[in-house]
Design a protein around this ligand. Sequence first.
Ligand code: TYM
Length: 348
Amino acid sequence: MTAFEQRVFSGVQPTGNLHLGNYLGAITRFVALQESYNCVYCVVDLHAITQDVGVWGGPETLRQSTRDVTAAFIAAGIDPEKHIVFNQSQVSAHAELAWVFNCVARMGWLNRMTQFKEKAGKHRENASVGLFAYPNLMAADILAYRATHVPVGEDQKQHLELTRDIAQKFNNDFAESIERVTGEEMFFPLTEPLIQGPATRVMSLRDGAKKMSKSDPSDASRINLTDDADLIAQKIRKAKTDPEPLPSEEAGLENRPEATNLVGIFAALAERSKGDVLAEFGGAQFSTFKTALAEISVERLAPIAAEMRRLNDDPAYIDSVLKRGADQARAIAGPVYDQVRDIVGLLR
Ligand code: TYM
């Protein structure tokens, strides 16, 4: 069995405001993993342009959003001195490897992707080819670093299964060549998703059945990382709930999606378990709980928003972080892609 060096990779799209779902489901996990892994964190600008230009806002907005996500990474505690932070389009191996994967992945695999169905909606014929092939580019992001672990929210699970399928098919299709070029049995690892913590799927504040998302037309449905204290408190006060007081045990949350969501958010922000939070607030009315939730939200998010503003005042610094990160990323992904060329038979 081939032994792979342990490495973490993950990405965030620069499309619109980052929200509490991105923060709790992904970015806080990125921060935590820095202690035990070499990490590569990427602002995936090539993924952003798979949707209509109206969705991502055009060139000026894309540049700004790319810097905003980078600022959010750093403000949340990712250390670009110790780990790699960069934007995808600066490292050409992502797009090059994605093309190879376009030729490995099967139409049938991509046809099953629920995110494509959701994003394309009823107008499938009008969706970009890039949106359809999106998961192949995502597999290329991960496998260009031969990453072994990928922290994401629950909505990315299916894409990571596809990444494993692509790695496995590539390893099988080119087994002899892999052995000849590398002396190993496998070239790509079967990446493990890390979907962890009490907030892997943060739901809309207006509807406990819908995911909190950048694309929800209602701004009241999400807490943005840049919302100020008053707006955060107001959105939490207005968040949908049910008429019952909070239960004192987790079992009592069953069939109460809005309560489950708010308790999960509190637990993630407080770095406590849901059970622990309910032991404190069980029997309380939502008004009491919401006041505490607003308080902890502001306590956690306000310093991040302030640091993001400070960093955004210095775009040259952000750009220098991305450039250095891209140089470091290229030093890993370039040789991996060169080996792929040798394995596939693309002369160089
Ligand atoms: P994106 O930009 O939509 O979201 C970034 C991360 O935030 C997580 N997330 C959530 N977690 C919990 N609750 C929510 N409501 C919520 N909404 C979003 C996402 O799961 C994700 O981890 N395809 C990816 C970006 C990507 C990527 C990659 C990720 C491109 N290449 C390679 C990992 C590895 C995406 O669209 O994320």
